[in-house]
Design a binder for this molecule. Structure first.
Ligand SMILES: Cc1cc2nc3c(=O)[nH]c(=O)nc-3n(C[C@H](O)[C@H](O)[C@H](O)COP(=O)(O)OP(=O)(O)OC[C@H]3O[C@@H](n4cnc5c(N)ncnc54)[C@H](O)[C@@H]3O)c2cc1C
Length: 449
């Protein structure tokens, strides 16, 4: 049966589940933050785990590909319906189900936005450590499916560490409600290809007693990441240790109207949290390192100044949109000891290929975001950008890093997997996919397919 007929039968069966096929829905849900387009035939909005079960069961019966979507903020095309199919939008599954302060646990539906959960918890004296810079719009389900990191990951670790249990629907339509570990743990980072997450029980922590935030200026990119490495080697444990190169800082400064950033400088954004005395001691040690290394340090003196620094950090991605309509966006990782070499390499390569390149990211974790701002209509420049990515990935492999720190493989990095994995390893990933999704209806055309 041709797709349109199968899709019609599938939609007819979905009694009580909201389905939309109007052009505006098919356009809006056809892409994610990569701007890659797919072939969206319709959008369904489950409002309960039973709705998800119906969607998955009938999709299996009629061979309709499903693309689960949180907020579509993914940077690897994970939610893009590359094969003609249906987008399953989780945005209406947005309830906090329960909160137990005595066990430091909260249960949420997967469409809850990370930032909304943070506000809910802050009002109760707690926080959820994973804090992707997209937290104001990305969902807990998307964060789990990508095993999202964020600025605080240097101290607190990434999403996986905070999953206590998941309730998810298999590709056969069975509901699994299981604590973390065993079969459930593979859903974390499963990129929407192994099961549909309905809800999660998350571990949370009490808000820290004290926080100290600062911006450190160094006279160049390699010097700045070298400084960050010295902070780590000195035994300090900042919550946040972020690198921002000069071009990025000037761009974001213009965007939020803050002046004073210099073309030749590079920056380390640092924050400590915890018990007041400990935070104070660590901050004094940081200032000692700054004095020794000749680094300028600007400490946030109050909440307003701290929020301004966070605003700078979180406005980087939107500010870059002013520099070009197409963003070639990679999030590679390097061993900490190789960061200086990596930054020098990227700066030189961008110069050699005459590309407008911006580098920033979670350097405490060795995870750098490399963005080339361009225009997909300029084909020759796009070819140079592609060449940049190929040479960058070769360098990543040479230095012992990884092709993705947190954005996932999805669509964009799929073809580069053989750089890191041999045939046997790739076949093993496919075997996992076939076991979880024998009919291949979940997110076909991506990482595991
Ligand atoms: C400005 C900006 C800043 C960012 N900063 C960070 C950062 O600091 N750290 C970071 O890790 N990422 C970051 N990202 C990338 C992105 O926000 C994360 O990958 C995020 O986790 C995606 O969440 P989402 O809800 O938008 O998911 P989507 O993009 O909608 O989906 C991502 C993947 O998850 C799957 N999925 C979504 N929901 C479910 C579910 N309920 N069950 C099963 N699979 C599901 C989808 O099928 C898809 O494969 C950033 C993106 C932007 C635009």
């Amino acid at each position: 049966m041709e797709f349109q007929k199968r899709f019609k039968e599938f939609s007819r069966k979905l009694k009580g589940v909201e389905v939309h096929t109007d052009l505006c829905y098919r356009v809006v849900y056809n892409y994610d933050a990569t701007q890659l387009r797919g072939r969206c035939a319709g959008v369904v909005y489950p409002r309960s785990v039973d709705d998800i079960v119906s969607v998955v069961k009938y999709a299996g019966d009629y061979g309709v590909p499903l693309y689960v979507r949180g907020a579509g903020s993914g940077f690897s095309g994970g939610a893009v319906p590359v094969v003609e199919g249906v987008v399953v939008s989780m945005e209406k599954l947005n309830r906090v189900l329960w909160f137990d302060p005595s066990r430091w646990l909260v249960a949420v539906e997967s469409g809850v936005v990370n930032g909304e959960l943070q506000r809910y918890l802050a009002g109760r004296g707690f926080f959820y450590p994973p804090d992707p810079a997209s937290l104001e719009f990305s969902t807990i389900g998307g964060n789990i499916a990508e095993n999202a990191g964020g600025p605080r990951a240097f101290k607190y670790g990434v999403t996986r560490r905070y999953i206590h249990a998941l309730e998810w629907v298999t590709s056969r339509g069975d509901v699994v409600d299981y604590p973390m570990g065993g079969v459930t743990s593979i859903l974390v980072g499963g990129e929407g290809g192994l099961g549909v997450i309905y809800s999660a029980v998350l571990s949370v922590l009490p808000l820290p007693e004290a926080v100290k935030t600062a911006l450190i200026t160094m006279p160049g990119g390699a010097e700045a990441v070298g400084f960050a490495v010295k902070v780590i080697l000195a035994g300090l444990k900042p919550t946040v240790l972020e690198y921002i190169d000069s071009k990025t800082m000037i761009c974001v400064g213009e965007y939020i109207e803050v002046e004073g950033f210099n073309k030749s400088d590079a920056y380390i954004f640092v924050e400590f949290d915890g018990v007041a005395e400990d935070v104070e001691t660590q901050f004094e040690m940081l200032k000692d390192i700054c004095r020794r290394e000749g680094a300028a340090v600007k400490e946030a003196k109050n909440k307003v100044e701290r929020e301004l620094l966070w605003d700078l950090r979180r406005s980087i991605s939107p500010s870059l949109a002013r520099r070009g309509i197409t963003k070639v966006n990679e999030d590679v990782t390097f061993p900490i000891g190789k960061l200086e070499e990596a930054v020098d390499f990227m700066e030189a390569l961008a110069l050699e290929l005459s590309l407008d390149c911006y580098v920033f990211g979670h350097c405490g974790d060795g995870n750098l975001h490399v963005n080339i701002m361009t225009d997909r209509r300029r084909t020759e420049e796009m070819r140079r950008a592609e060449h940049f990515v190929e040479r960058l990935f070769e360098k990543v492999v040479e230095l012992g890093g990884s092709l993705s720190g947190e954005h996932g493989i999805g669509l964009t990095k799929r073809r580069y997997l053989p750089l890191l994995f041999n045939e046997e390893q790739i076949e093993f990933a496919k075997e996992i996919k076939r076991t979880f999704d024998p009919a291949l209806i979940l997110n076909p055309g991506k990482y595991f397919s």
